[in-house]
Write a protein that binds this ligand. Structure first.
Ligand SMILES: [Ca+2]
Length: 511
């Protein structure tokens, strides 16, 4: 009898253990002790999450009547406040699925000057099975005004908040599930791309796999470029570019270069091969939407040109690529790009009245690098510690990005290859995918639908390196083109026969 009772007990215990997905209650995470960190954890029943209305906003958050989170399964919501410095106030949020956890951690990146945590991002990560995380990087709202008089908060934005998110996230996962995450993933674009590569450089132990899109790694350089273009565009009345001319310039670029890659499809596979002179668009007679005045020709030249130090001629940042014209409202529109002016106004000169027209691309850029470069730029090519421990990076960037020039990604990739002893030395860990025609983190005329995280999962968990990544384009709700994305310096090359809108007609190969 005794033996039978014991066996029964063992059986019941085994059944309990096998169905119990978590090792601790969600609420118990609140009492987890982590230095300078306050934790509030609460269980959220399936379908019960409702996004709070934005601060100062009216009524419900976006989604209207229906709750966009109604399909979420039960999860543990952990809201963290981290104060690694006396002036720090970093908010971090973790969504830990109670059932169906894929065993991995996914931290998500921000955009611009950050300052918000988005429930949609967390929900997306969690629905893919991840314990998902996001931080506001230590301040609220999308402006850099927080930086004035708060150097510690600039450090939080620059790299510290993400590092806190990584270490605290790993501790929460271990406490909640009773085991470490198998792998820690980073997933971000724009500011998020910068954050991911910053981690690889500064805290190589934090993440095993980094998906970094359109990374703002040369944050001071991209800020300078927007001022460069702003100064050229608004030099005087004649230099301004009416927005209805962007399309005419784009059409002229396609006319000159589209077919150079073997397929006339409205997309430049490699825009660096396109030598387009805006002078060819100069008005022969009266000004018209289809031509450029001579002052406008100079403005357009400035937009394509690299930003250079006028004294040393050294390159501060890479210019826009041919093909990006339809997105030029960002920097050559009526207003100057505020993400850029914020850098100087708040993070560098700390002067509310700073005027972008006064920026000197020699002395002021030296001041900028000295003040903020080391904190917000992520350009260190030494990825040895990260790569040596098997870390993986998939970086991607749209060739028509009008916010962060795509050649900045190419330059960084090349600098890492050079520092590591050649491209062949990094190929098993780090690949760059340029996306022809894609604007900033998506959009444009490109095949901009792709899943870099899935490609990374295959690489990390099945050892299948991304030799090509399938992408598609949607027009009017229909997929009208598929095309491979290729690891740089390879490009998608047409085989010479077959439908040019079908990925099967293309191979990845070096030019
Ligand atoms: Ca083409």
């Amino acid at each position: 009898m005794k033996l039978a009772g014991l066996l029964l007990f063992a059986l019941v215990l085994a059944v309990c253990l096998s169905t119990q997905a978590v090792a601790a209650s969600c609420e118990s995470l609140s009492s987890l002790s982590i230095p300078h960190t306050m934790i509030v954890a609460e269980s959220v029943a399936a379908g019960a999450f409702v996004q709070a209305a934005p601060a100062g906003g009216k009524g419900k958050a976006k989604g209207g009547g229906a709750n966009p989170f109604a399909d979420l399964k039960e999860f543990c919501r952990v809201q963290v406040t981290s104060k690694p410095s006396a002036d720090s106030d970093i908010k971090i949020e973790y969504w830990l699925p109670v059932n169906g956890w894929n065993g991995n951690f996914e931290a998500n990146g921000n955009g611009g000057w950050s300052g918000s945590i988005t429930a949609n991002t967390l929900a997306t990560g969690m629905q893919r099975g991840y314990a998902a995380a996001m931080t506001d990087t230590g301040h609220d709202g999308g402006s850099a005004s927080f930086a004035m008089g708060h150097p510690e908060k600039v450090i939080d934005f620059g790299y510290r908040a993400v590092h806190e998110m990584a270490t605290t996230g790993k501790a929460l996962i271990k406490a909640f599930y009773g085991r470490d995450a198998k792998h820690s993933y980073w997933n971000g674009c724009s500011a998020g791309g910068r954050q991911g590569l910053m981690e690889a450089q500064r805290y190589p132990q934090d993440f095993d796999a980094i998906v970094a899109g359109a990374p703002a790694i040369n944050f001071t350089g991209r800020s300078a470029q927007a001022v460069w273009i702003g100064q050229a565009t608004h030099k005087d009345e004649s230099s301004a570019l009416p927005q209805n001319k962007f399309a005419a310039i784009h059409d002229a670029v396609l006319e000159a270069c589209d077919a150079k890659d073997g397929v006339k499809d409205g997309v430049l596979e490699d825009p660096t091969k396109c030598k387009f002179d805006p002078k060819t668009l100069e008005c022969k007679g009266a000004d018209a939407p289809t031509c450029l005045t001579s002052a406008q020709v100079e403005t357009v030249r400035k937009i394509y040109s690299d930003v250079v130090n006028p004294r040393t001629k050294s390159v501060i940042f890479q210019g826009h690529e041919p093909g990006s014209e339809n997105g030029w409202t960002t920097m050559a529109g009526n207003n100057v790009f505020t993400i850029a002016t914020d850098t100087f106004r708040y993070a560098v000169f700390e002067d509310n009245n700073w005027d972008y027209k006064t920026l000197n691309f020699d002395s002021d850029m030296a001041t900028t690098l000295q003040k903020a470069g080391n904190v917000i730029n992520a350009l260190d090519p030494n990825l040895k510690p990260f790569l040596a421990r098997g870390g993986k990076i998939i970086q991607y960037h749209g060739w028509s990005d009008p916010q962060i020039s795509p050649r900045s990604s190419v330059e960084y990739y090349k600098s890492v290859a050079a520092a590591m002893g050649g491209a062949s030395k990094i190929n098993d860990n780090y690949r760059l995918f340029m996306v022809p025609g894609m604007a900033h983190c998506g959009g444009g005329d490109a095949t901009a639908n792709f899943d870099m995280l899935a490609a990374m999962e295959q690489w990390v968990e099945q050892g299948k390196a991304p030799d090509r990544i399938e992408a598609s384009r949607t027009r009017n709700g229909q997929t009208d083109r598929t095309r491979p994305l290729c690891p740089y310096p390879q490009v998608a090359s047409y085989k010479g026969s077959g439908n040019t809108d079908d990925t099967a007609s293309f191979v990845c190969k070096a030019q």
